[in-house]
Design a binder for this molecule. Structure first.
Ligand SMILES: Nc1ncnc2c1ncn2[C@@H]1O[C@H](COP(=O)(O)OP(=O)(O)OP(=O)(O)O)[C@@H](O)[C@H]1O
Length: 329
């Protein structure tokens, strides 16, 4: 018999949860292809190492952008590779798949995700919205008649949602998250230090010293790139305070979205959120000072998920038990 699986098809990472086993795969959403033959050369972690470092005939592609499929064939090839790697197919049966998507995508974008899952070897495919699954994965009991709020900051999208009785009551999804933070750091370092750095370097700055509230003035990191004027390699010291400045606009947009969701939330549920707080999930929840920033701006308690990067995949594991109750396509 094939095993049911949950997939967090993220812009930055793909995680797969196999029913009864837990999270068995966690790899970057990257595929390297030969541009002349179209052949897939590497997928996941191996392809990620090649980003920004490929010769002319090889291209490393991130097939998802801003939470949705940007390149259908490559997404399908990537999913197929991951599913085959897991050996979850039965002799004659295919695994049922629960797959997640951001809240504000079009029906065409939803269909593309479902079709990619089907074509990559899935049996029945069920779709759930990311903030709902993230809330479940973070341990919230969203099925009671009480308000729960979750802010999921991933690689491509930031999703804010208030949930009650298992459904999303109000939500906002921004195509603005980790990737845009990296791009903002690249622009900042270019403008301030006249140095062009790669997106991996920017991501490392964000992960290692990135702060969004009261950054530690004594923290800094050396980065290397190409001097804009001379074209030669150069090293500069970037401080945590500078990274905080670089991340300011993205964080302001997420805060504005969270405020808008709270403004549209029915008062009884708002009262619950004051008691229960807001849960932060997704890789962005690991930014230093993020809970203080949201608590300051939203005037509600803020909680960090225990495993923010795994929350969606963990949530699929819980929801897989009732897979037949989800919307099937
Ligand atoms: N310690 C950290 N501090 C800040 N950001 C981090 C940290 N660790 C990972 N990230 C960022 O988190 C993002 C990935 O998060 P996550 O895996 O939740 O997103 P995703 O599910 O792939 O994307 P999406 O849900 O938007 O499609 C990346 O942008 C990564 O750089």
């Amino acid at each position: 018999m094939a095993k049911d699986i949950g997939i967090d098809l993220g812009t930055a990472n793909v995680l797969i949860n196999v029913k009864g086993k837990g999270i068995v795969l966690n790899e970057p959403s990257v595929v390297a292809i030969d541009t002349q033959t179209g052949k897939v050369l590497a997928v996941g972690a191996e392809a990620y190492k090649m980003v920004g470092r490929t010769p002319g005939n090889i291209r490393s592609i991130r097939p998802l952008k801003d939470g949705v499929i940007a390149d259908f064939d490559i997404t399908e090839a990537m999913l197929e590779y991951f599913i085959n790697k897991l050996n979850v197919k039965g002799f004659l049966s295919k695994p049922n798949i629960l797959i997640c998507a951001p809240t504000n995508i079009t029906s065409i974008e939803q269909k593309a995700i479902i079709q990619a899952a089907e074509k990559s070897g899935g049996g029945k495919v069920y779709l759930e919205f990311e903030p709902k699954v993230a809330a479940v994965g973070a341990g919230l009991d969203i099925f009671q008649p009480q308000g729960n709020m979750v802010i999921d900051i991933g690689g491509g999208t930031s999703d804010v949602a208030v949930l009650s009785m298992g459904e999303i009551v109000t939500s906002q999804s921004l195509r603005l998250a980790g990737d845009k933070m990296d791009a903002a750091i690249v622009s900042y370092v270019k403008a301030k230090h006249k140095l062009l750095i790669g997106e991996h370097t920017a991501e490392q700055l964000k992960i290692q010293i990135g702060a969004v509230y009261e950054a530690d003035k004594s923290v800094s990191m050396e980065v290397r790139g190409r001097d804009i004027a001379t074209g030669l390699p150069r090293e500069v010291e970037v401080t945590a305070v500078e990274v905080q400045e670089a991340l300011h606009d993205v964080m302001s947009a997420v805060i504005a979205a969270a405020k808008e969701v709270l403004e549209k939330t029915p008062p009884e549920l708002s009262a619950d959120i004051i008691d229960r707080g807001v849960m932060l999930t997704g890789g962005g929840a690991l930014l230093k000072g993020i809970s203080k920033l949201f608590a300051d701006e939203l005037h509600v308690p803020v909680l960090l998920a225990e495993d923010p990067l795994d929350a969606v995949a963990l949530g699929t594991g819980v929801l897989l038990d009732n897979i037949a109750h989800h919307k099937q396509y």
